[in-house]
Design a protein around this ligand. Structure first.
Ligand code: BEZ
Length: 211
């Protein structure tokens, strides 16, 4: 059964480059991004891990912990980390799970047998402090992910969680948001002192509340 939005993210204990990870305890009261890599010493993955290492301050700013996974042992990850540093100009600064037994990959449905029997696809799971899954994305092995897009979605998810707004098509940080339809005009008056434009009764546009 696939892991779906709103599910409690499956908990696990697995080894990583930063020691044993008990997943829910490791998340604590933060948000988390869990993302898989098909294999160690592969070119696209090498670029992705370097990019995430460089973006780490952006994840920290949003109270988000990041953790990667690859279906090779931690001993291989440690050797690969040197290559990442050499070629990407950034050292691995977050844990990488050694999932040689496919425990976590199978738990999260990261192996898609019709794509490849043994390697994971590029899965991304964003998990909230309540341990519920907020976002899933799946890319094929041959396409590197856009982690700026993942940060953009996290901004949107956190606005919904904290301010009861949704974000429209192609929204970027700083742009107008949409008041969630479940909120009455009466309650919206208390939450949005800057007001809103009603384009249709269900389409109420307001400045980004945390700006
Ligand atoms: C890569 O990370 O470069 C890669 C991994 C598996 C298949 C294709 C590319």
């Amino acid at each position: 059964m696939a892991v779906q939005l709103g599910d409690i993210a499956p908990d696990f204990v697995q080894e990583s480059t930063e020691g044993t990870i008990k997943f829910h305890d490791w998340i604590g009261d933060k948000w988390a991004v869990l993302f898989s890599h098909p294999k160690d010493f592969t070119p696209v993955c090498t670029t992705e891990l370097g990019a995430v290492a460089k973006l780490k301050p952006e994840f920290d700013k949003r109270n988000v912990k990041v953790i990667g996974l690859s279906v090779d042992p931690v001993t291989d990850h440690r050797k690969w980390a040197q290559d990442i540093q050499d070629t990407q100009g950034a050292a691995l600064n977050f844990p990488l799970l050694g999932d040689a037994d496919r425990k976590v990959s199978n738990l999260y449905g990261m192996i898609h047998p019709n794509a490849n029997d043994t390697l994971t696809v590029r899965s991304v799971f964003v998990i909230g402090p309540d341990k519920k899954v907020k976002l899933t994305i799946t890319y094929p092995a041959s396409t590197g992910r856009n982690f700026d897009e993942i940060l953009r979605v996290i901004d949107s998810l956190q606005l919904t969680a904290n301010h009861k707004v949704a974000t429209p098509v192609n929204w970027k940080d700083g742009q107008d948001c949409i008041i969630v339809p479940s909120l009455s005009d009466e309650d919206a008056k208390k939450l949005f002192p800057k007001g809103w434009k009603t384009l249709k009764p269900y389409l109420r546009v307001t400045p980004q509340p945390n700006r």
